[in-house]
Write a protein that binds this ligand. Sequence first.
Ligand code: AMP
Length: 282
Amino acid sequence: MRDLPIVRRVADLRARIAGYRSAGESVGLVPTMGALHNGHLSLIAAAKAQNTRAVATLFVNPTQFGPNEDLSAYPRDEAGDRAKLSDAGCDLLFAPDVAEMYPDGFATTVTVGKLTEHLDGIARPGHFEGVATVVSKLLLQSLPTRAYFGEKDFQQLQVIKRLARDLDIPVEIVGIPTVREADGLAMSSRNRYLSADNRRIAAAIPFVLRQAVPELLRGDVVEHVLERAAMRLKEAGFTRIDYVALCDEATLTPLEAMAPGARLFVAAYLGKTRLIDNWPVL
Ligand code: AMP
């Protein structure tokens, strides 16, 4: 197996990318928090297909975790991730430590308004500030041609598109469809936390979302459809539901009636594990 080059310093990342750029190459960036699965690898495949170089980043960003969230338990497997990235044809891995990203005296936060007034913006206070700040840094550190993000984190994808436009960061943000397990469960690093029983229950999320689509299309009252979906998740075994919502996919504003661009969003817990997913309706 080819050894994937790894850099840990911003200066070294910049030097590598400057080398690619001076040779006239294009660069696709894939930011990740590691514990890689086929969802991440589909982002690498897209980056590789649309650019001459694919660069992955691996950084478990502490500032996007809330005080009661799973930062210390977040799965980490740098050697395994490096091997997967290498097999996927990735050209370079940037894996900084926390001090490289947030040196002493670090005092800047990127806040994206409007889009973050809904869904996880409410359920996870401070989360999107953490995401927006670290992604702004990663984009400015690498200045890639394109950067790839999954639709699994749909609100995050919209927040990142917004910040790139608002801050005039010269990059094309590309959204990639959610990669799912055979039973429909969206692949996620957090699925590793699930017991065998909970793993079976987890498949209720895509099942219930899919079930709601024809109910919405035939004109059932939106509020009733959402309540029914939440009840089905509870019956399946979900212990807590942050939201089941129908929102406009461009603005993330909740919808009271069906409209073009309507998308279903869910966040629900199985024990301590929080799962999210989303599904287009119209
Ligand atoms: P994470 O490591 O969880 O921060 O995810 C890194 C990137 O991979 C984000 O852009 C995610 O949206 C994306 N991603 C995570 N899971 C999936 C999936 N199942 N399908 C497609 N993209 C995904």
